[in-house]
Design a protein around this ligand. Structure first.
Ligand code: SAH
Ligand code: SF4
Length: 422
């Protein structure tokens, strides 16, 4: 989501005649986009601001902080880093250009109930794969999560704006779309009542597109209608990120997730019934307040039962204003560290075993990058969103190719390029 926000801001700046430079030292304007989801990223902002001080003092330079930490820590940023010129929260990017131009310090962190469309064409790094926002904010208030306080309440982008953007992207040659929102299952067009399934159905009809994905789904709202649509719409990938967070009902309830482990398992079974080849990934938090050893064992059990294709795992860190910040953060740091290692080690085995079965398969891969170490090695993703590395030349960038899997590691597959896909 932050990558997409930065692309929009890049587009706005470009429309104003500003040009990107190859190193930050050369720039006259630096805008730092920030994430507040975990404590660590917040700490990184303050150390980065310290490092930028000599640059800012050199000549007339402008420095801004935007995003969720800007929203959350506005006073603290100005107090600790007086060399910052402006602070803009996620609901105020449409005002960014106006604020940059002021000489005096500026701050925009108020909320707006209407959707503001940024009309400038986003400055996207990729020419083949694009993020498309469908909603902003979140109403779920999971006990650990700061997002509802930094991005505000849910706001839905009008259906027609979404489809117009997708059509434009397809005309420009984009082949993959990721629809974005904190909780895409809640999407409702205010004018027509259309939902995520309606977006997927319409996007599926747009010629030129090949793959359609969406992120993030909330297990509480993921329903049969959506699973059916995924199964029947050929461009919608058989891939889903469905954050579990924890395996014990006690912790899920303290987290205010709105489902039990049994309900989560039922959802997975329902999804697998409709889409047997579904690639499933999830998020796991270890060390939530009150997490006992037996609760943690139930998280491991869920990994074992479901056998996710990928997981993103985190140690709980208390975030300001959240319900969990009021609970005692009583799992010792060493226990959190151990649990995280254990989750990751268990998942590593699960993934290795799954990847082993894929050797010999031929699959379509959208090439999106290349190795920094070896310029002959390119990488991409398949429909299941797995990372695949293969030897090729520059021609493959942004293209669909067929790759035969020859080897694997726990986090990626390796293969031999066969041919281009027509
Ligand atoms: N809206 C998405 C993304 C939320 S943030 C969703 O609901 O899935 C991404 C992930 O960060 C979360 O799924 C959660 O696993 C993790 N996370 C959020 N707050 C956290 C905290 N306080 N400590 C540790 N991990 C956290
Ligand atoms: Fe945070 Fe929960 Fe909303 Fe995701 S659904 S953004 S975890 S409050």
């Amino acid at each position: 989501m932050n990558v997409n926000d930065s692309e929009h801001i890049g587009g706005l700046l470009q429309q104003e005649g500003l040009k990107p430079v190859s190193s930050w030292q050369e720039s006259d304007l630096i805008i730092i986009n920030t994430c507040a989801v975990r404590q660590k990223s917040e700490e990184k902002l303050f150390s980065l601001l310290g490092r930028l001080k000599p640059w800012k003092q050199k000549k007339k330079k402008t420095l801004g902080v935007i995003g969720c930490v800007a929203q959350l820590r506005r006073e603290e940023i100005f107090a600790k880093a007086p060399h910052v010129d402006f602070i803009v929260g996620p609901d105020n990017y449409h005002r960014l250009l106006e604020l940059i131009k002021f000489e005096a310090k500026q701050m925009a962190t108020n909320w707006h109930s209407d959707w503001y469309e940024i009309s400038a064409l986003p400055l996207r790094a990729s020419q083949s794969s694009a993020y498309v926002t469908i909603m902003e904010g979140c109403n779920n208030f999971c006990a650990y999560c700061v997002v509802p306080f930094t991005r505000g309440r849910e706001k839905y982008r009008p259906f027609t704006y979404i489809l117009d953007e997708v059509k434009k992207l397809a005309d420009l040659g984009y082949q993959e779309i990721h629809f974005l929102g904190q909780n895409v299952n809640s999407y409702r067009d205010q004018a027509s009542g259309k939902d995520l399934v309606d977006i997927l159905e319409k996007a599926n009809q747009i010629s030129g597109l090949r793959w359609i994905r969406f992120i993030t789904s909330h297990p509480r709202y993921f329903d049969q209608r959506l699973a059916k649509a995924m199964a029947s719409l050929e461009k919608v990938c058989a891939q889903l990120h469905l954050p579990l967070q924890a395996g014990s009902n006690n912790i899920l309830s303290l987290m205010n997730r709105g489902y039990t482990r049994e309900e989560y398992l039922e959802k997975v079974a329902m999804i697998r019934e409709y889409i047997p080849s579904i690639s499933l990934s999830t998020d796991i938090i270890v060390g939530f307040p009150g997490e006992e050893e037996e609760d943690f064992q139930q998280t491991l059990e869920m990994l074992e039962k479901i056998k996710f294709d990928n997981i993103y795992s985190f140690r709980f860190s208390p975030r300001p204003r959240t319900a969990a910040a009021k609970l005692e953060d009583n799992v010792p740091p060493e226990t959190k560290r151990q649990r995280l290692l254990e989750v990751q080690a268990r998942q590593k085995e699960i993934q290795s075993a799954k990847h082993k079965t894929q050797v010999g398969q031929v699959m379509e891969v959208l090439c999106t990058g290349k190795s920094k170490k070896d310029e002959r090695i390119f990488s991409g993703r398949n429909e299941a969103y797995q990372v695949i590395n293969f030897a090729a030349n520059e021609e493959v960038m942004g293209k669909f190719v067929l790759v035969k899997i020859t080897d694997y590691g726990p986090y990626s597959l390796r293969g031999k390029m066969h041919s281009f896909v027509d």
